[in-house]
Design a protein around this ligand. Structure first.
Ligand code: 0WK
Ligand code: BGC
Ligand code: BGC
Length: 913
């Protein structure tokens, strides 16, 4: 037991007793028993260390029970300061030092090497505010901010504020934090469970004197850690022992289950004040601790804090002194109102009484009383320091585990009045840590300004992220289409449809397909089918029997050189594939009727005549546009002697898809493709198709909606990124609607947005990534992968790193948002198009409500996790009187082409009969 000395005067009291000799007199058993209770053995400390470590690791894994002993709260501070932070920041500190708050003006000078002393002002919070209504507390804080700023040369510049809020909070971002429970004598109503940043913003708004933006909220331990001087190398632990106690440290992000992270480190606030493992704590809890706890504002909570925090040390000493006095062991058995009144002994009193200097000179009437008082102070404070050391040793052990390092070198930033005022606390803590964590080399860095600079650092980072977020939102805002804008697209498309059907100027060609009916199930026979124009070129043999349709197909590639070579080369390649397929399928020499799905805009003059109007989707074979592609195919067949093929029908992939789904569901009267390209067809009333004779019956119209807006009607919605992608395409000014929707272009739009955000410094720390300069490197399939809900952020990073991007998690999050904005716009525009078509069919038929199915195909529609549901939602919004179901085509449009051929053959036979 250390020797101690102190004055015996309590605040406002006359002297009771003071020491005679400097050799400590012997203590009687009751006194000894009293002090012995505060002795904590090494094995008890080790047990606390181990138990706390266990609680920390369970909480990190999210395995802790409902009321975890320690909370391990992510703080969204992902890196220790890298010294580049610059600017003037306001800091508001609430709760670190008891019933007071502090406002600071901190100027960060980045790497300019000189320091500007922060200007600060402290305000005492009236007790009725500390336990009053939450609004009152935040209004008080806003008032103090205003009073502080009245004395600063601020003018009306927007001010960025970092809010140091020293209570346990669930943080969901740097500027969103929900208070879990008050501690340290605070008990304001209407705050627990609330976002304290919003409460402060509302109060500042109500005050209305200064334009202050609260950009970050941090725990005081984080501010202390972030504020520690870089000289010593970054601190990775922040330790506070002030009115309360807590620590934070830099944990490997992958170990924090609450975060979807696999790389880097993140700061975790331990909130060890609530550590209460009865197994570990019960042996060290004294009767005085139970009395104090029962008398506190939060009985049963923060038990560990109540043995260490400066708010409680004075009270513990008072309880012991009162106990000893009441048992005649002190002050001659006398007590006093102050000695008996809770809260009368404060930390500074304990520090004073424990200070050995005091004993020498002062006039204490009874030396042995003074001695005993000092012993009590020392016992209470030493225990606090040792318990705090055991907790810190648990954090160090956690750091060793998470870094898989046995020997650990770490700097701990310390802050708080107990450190500043209590002479021996720091030494006992240091010594005990050395005993409990001998393989750790720990340097303690006292915080110079109570963490104000650290909070400003976090605020600077948050301000930078907030500015980035704003830039991101401004960049993506044009992609968020509201109901009015989509309604306008629907109306414009409707008008263009009518003009196209009438043969008037319209960006929608509304091409008759000569398909007058969807299959009725009576089709029979074997057919060859070709499917050109999507991701894959396929040759199929389709058997249509009573029992249904059997398909065998083979995928062939169309090399870019062929797709952009000569027409003859392209069609010879197609015939080569057919011959290869016939040989593989043992069909050589058989002349089966052939249906040709040709997914490009064709003016059809009949079922087997289609004049190619223009290539799309990266195809550009020469000498084809303006030609009848059925002729081109037949010529190629002729060039390849000894091959007999009977080309019966040419259909667009939308028509093939509609027919294929129509075979299963007769209500299917629309075909939709959202793949490499996009387009739609539907069954129009023949009377509305002026270019085809006849007033009754229907005609399937290939809308070629990819060209919608080529007349500039989509100009208002087109962004600078759309213009870049269009200009870089092989058909600038063409297929504008397609270039905002389909798979061939979405990846490119995203790539250009990423390049733009990088050039603004928002992404990849402003470092332009070489890989992103390459056209088409950001595939549209990446959007589908990145936006998948089941994909954790780390997997998003993996996709982007495979591309050669060096990125942070924030970058990955932003890339995902860019993908979401681009694909969402595409789906909504597509939905507006479908709504225009089904509404036209409904009005064509004068129906109150239309029930119709849409056959759909295309990789983007099928593979993207949200595209199809967004299209359906938009159609419900814009065409509420149409009950639309979307049927994903299983066998592609090749089957549809075979069915069209089958219908044509059946009609031809009945015509011969
Ligand atoms: C599969 C169809 C084909 C169509 C394609 C579109 O069978 O006719 O062209 O879907 O999707 P993409 O392959 O372009 O993603
Ligand atoms: C709070 C912590 C805070 C600590 C030190 C505790 O009561 O729960 O959030 O860091 O006091 O101020
Ligand atoms: C073509 C359409 C086709 C669509 C889907 C567009 O580029 O012009 O004919 O239906 O792509 O493949």
């Amino acid at each position: 037991m250390d020797t101690i000395g102190a004055t015996c005067l309590l605040p406002g009291e006359r002297a009771l007793a003071c020491p005679q000799e400097n050799r400590p007199p012997l203590l009687d058993s009751s006194e000894l028993e009293c002090l012995k209770q505060f002795e904590v053995t090494r094995s008890q400390l080790q047990q606390i260390q181990v138990s706390l470590l266990g609680c920390m690791e369970r909480a990190l894994k999210g395995k802790a029970d409902s009321a975890p002993a320690v909370r391990m709260l992510p703080t969204y501070v992902g890196s220790v300061p890298h010294g580049t932070e610059k600017g003037d920041f306001l800091v508001l500190e609430l709760g670190a030092t008891g019933a007071s708050l502090r406002v600071l003006w901190v100027t960060l000078t980045g790497t300019e090497g000189y320091k500007v002393e922060p200007r600060s002002q402290e305000f005492v919070i009236p007790q009725d505010v500390v336990v009053g209504a939450g609004q009152q507390l935040f209004d008080f804080a806003a008032h103090c901010l205003s009073e502080f700023l009245d004395a600063q040369p601020v003018g009306n510049q927007p001010l960025q504020l970092g809010f140091s809020f020293s209570f346990p909070c669930h943080q969901t971002s740097l500027d969103r934090s929900t208070l879990i429970s008050w501690t340290k004598g605070f008990k304001c109503s209407g705050v627990e469970g609330q976002d304290v940043v919003q409460l402060l913003r509302d109060a500042i708004q109500r005050k209305g004197t200064y334009n202050i933006d609260v950009v970050a909220v941090v725990n005081d331990t984080v501010g202390t850690m972030m504020g520690c001087e870089l000289g010593a190398g970054p601190c990775e632990v922040g330790l506070i022992v002030d009115t309360g106690t807590n620590a934070c440290y830099m944990e490997e992000a992958r170990h924090v289950a609450a975060l979807d992270e696999d790389r880097g480190r993140t700061c975790v606030s331990v909130e060890w004040g609530s550590f209460s493992d009865d197994g570990a704590l019960a042996p060290v809890l004294t009767t005085f601790d139970h009395v104090l706890d029962q008398g506190s504002l939060n009985p049963g909570a923060q038990r560990f804090e109540k043995m260490i925090g400066g708010l409680y040390l004075g009270e513990l000493v008072r309880l012991v002194l009162a106990h000893l006095a009441q048992h005649g062991a002190l002050f001659g058995g006398h007590t006093s109102p102050a000695l008996l009144s809770p809260g009368s002994l404060l930390l500074e009193h304990v520090a004073e009484m424990e200070d050995p200097q005091l004993r020498q000179g002062d006039t204490c009437p009874d030396a042995s009383d003074a001695e005993l008082v000092q012993r009590v102070c020392a016992a209470v404070c030493s225990r606090a320091a040792r318990l705090c050391a055991a907790a810190l040793a648990a954090v160090l052990a956690r750091l060793q585990h998470s870094r898989e390092q046995r020997a650990l070198q770490v700097a701990v930033a310390t802050g708080g009045q107990v450190f500043e005022r209590h002479p021996r606390f720091h030494n006992i803590l240091k010594e005990t840590v050395m005993h409990l964590a001998p393989e750790c080399e720990v340097s303690f860095i006292p915080s110079v300004d109570g963490g104000g600079r650290g909070v400003a650092m976090v605020t600077a980072v948050a301000a930078r992220l907030a500015a980035h977020r704003q830039l991101l939102e401004e960049t993506l805002a044009p992609f968020q289409l509201n109901h009015e804008q989509l309604g306008a697209v629907q109306a414009q498309m409707r008008e263009a449809m009518v003009r196209g059907l009438r043969g008037e100027a319209s960006s929608l060609r509304m091409l008759p397909t000569y398909v007058r009916a969807t299959p009725d199930g009576s089709e029979r026979g074997d057919f060859l089918a070709l499917d050109l124009g999507g991701t894959n070129f396929r040759v199929l043999v389709v058997h249509v029997t009573e029992g249904g349709v059997q398909i065998t197909n083979q995928v062939y590639s169309i090399p870019e050189g062929v797709a952009q070579g000569s027409g003859q080369q392209l069609f010879d390649h197609i015939v080569d594939c057919i011959v290869d397929f016939q040989q593989r399928q043992g069909l050589s020499g058989q002349s089966l009727p052939l249906g040709f799905t040709f997914s490009f805009p064709c003016k059809q003059l009949g079922l087997d005549q289609g004049i190619l109007l223009n290539w799309t989707k990266g195809f550009n074979a020469s000498d084809c546009e303006g030609q009848d592609v059925v002729c081109l195919l037949r010529e190629a067949i002729r060039r390849r002697q000894a091959v007999e093929l009977n080309v019966v029908a040419i259909v667009n992939d939308t028509v093939g898809t509609m027919m294929s789904c129509g075979y299963e569901d007769p209500r299917c009267e629309m075909g939709l493709i959202v793949g490499t390209g996009t387009n739609a067809c539907y069954m129009e009333e023949l009377r509305n198709v002026t270019s085809v004779a006849g007033d009754s019956g229907h005609m399937c119209i290939n809308m070629e909606w990819g060209a919608f807006g080529d007349d500039g009607s989509l100009g208002l919605l087109s962004t600078c990124f759309d213009a870049i992608v269009d200009q870089a395409s092989i058909n600038p000014g063409k297929q504008r609607f397609e270039k905002m929707i389909s798979g061939m272009y979405l990846g490119e739009i995203v790539r250009h947005i990423l390049l733009h955000l990088t050039s603004c410094g928002v992404l990849f720390r402003g470092r332009q990534a070489q890989c992103l300069q390459t056209k088409d490197i950001f595939k549209t399939k990446f959007l589908s992968e990145i936006e998948s809900d089941s994909l954790a952020l780390r997997q998003v990073r993996a996709i982007l790193e495979d591309l050669g991007l060096l990125l942070t998690s924030d970058d990955a999050l932003m890339v995902r948002e860019v993908c979401q904005a681009v694909s969402r716009r595409a789906a909504r525009l597509c939905g507006a198009g479908v709504a225009a078509v089904v509404e036209k069919i409904r009005e064509n038929r004068g129906l109150e409500v239309l029930t119709v199915s849409v056959g759909v195909d295309g990789t983007l529609y099928k593979m993207h996790p949200h595209f199809s549901s967004l299209v359906a939602t938009t159609v419900r919004e814009l065409a509420p009187r149409c009950a639309v179901s979307f049927l994903q085509s299983e066998d592609g449009s090749g089957k549809g082409a075979a069915l069209v051929t089958a219908v044509a053959c059946r009609l031809a036979q009945t015509a011969q009969v």
